[in-house]
Design a protein around this ligand. Sequence first.
Ligand code: SAM
Length: 330
Amino acid sequence: MPLGQYEIVRADAFDWLAKAKRLSIHAVVTDPPYGLIEYTPRELQKRESGRGGVWRIPPSFDGCKRNPLPRFTVLNARDRNRLHTFFRHFAESLLPVLVPGAHIFVATNPLVSQIVYKPFIDAGFEKRGEIMRVVHTLRGGDRPKNAHQEFPDVTVMPKSCWEPWGLFRKPCEGTVKHNLRKWKTGGLRRVSDTAPFRDLIYSSPARGYERQVAPHPSLKPQHFLRQIVRAALPLAEGVLLDPFMGSGSTIAAATALGLRSVGLEINPNYLRLARRAIPLLANYEPEGNDRNDQFGVREAAKTLCGKAVYRRSDVTLRGGKPIPKNGNNE
Ligand SMILES: C[S@@+](CC[C@H](N)C(=O)[O-])C[C@H]1O[C@@H](n2cnc3c(N)ncnc32)[C@H](O)[C@@H]1O
């Protein structure tokens, strides 16, 4: 597969992984259906009708109608067991398909992350940290239901201001340097000569143009995805997989960065959406988030939001603007 090229497939991720070539994938970035039931036809229909189920319709205020959010507090013990089984199966299916040193970035949320992480460790992956995506959502922060006035100073759950992304690695073969030489994996790509990849990223929810071209209920923003997708392939070589790609936003991020990727999606409507949305999202240049600058990564926040990312040796600076040495602006 040439650089920047992608393949998207309508498939059940588990069937695809069972048939996939061993040692063929170098990184995974994915946002799985971690509530599991929220993408079943029954729950999607409840979401459409705006009544009950796992999809909570947030209160509308300031004149804006909000998108429904999955409500993970409705998961019972049975759902939690199913969730655990799902992630055990997922982790075990991934292991043989990944090369040694391959990293996995998996989106989750603070209410269920423990059920997501343990199966990865049990399957033989190393936990390498968590990325904190600082994002203000409408989750939590409410006073007790039907007793707002009686308990005006009480919040039932903290207002959610961050989203955890678990970071795992398949054990390396030998040392990291040996693994990098042989498999092109084992580490994370630095942001720049002066800034390593960091585990705290300020990120706004996907809005405006992105939402318009990729109206998936769980759309992740390009600004954030491009940073983690870039980190996931330390030498910008190999193939990245998103087994639950939805609208294909991860695949678009990889394409924008000139990386090779494969996306899987079980729902034919979302696959159709991805087919349309990927080229549009890949060509989109999101705004950087200025809050990231306080970590000394101004350069990264700016460059990563653009279409392509170069190593310092690949570019010359003209008027403060990076110009690729090959003269091609792509
Ligand atoms: C949380 S969404 C991902 C959305 C994505 N982050 C985006 O920006 O569009 C998870 C997706 O996984 C899909 N899915 C659920 N089970 C699947 C399976 N077994 N195989 C492949 N895709 C599946 C759902 O249809 C849904 O689109």
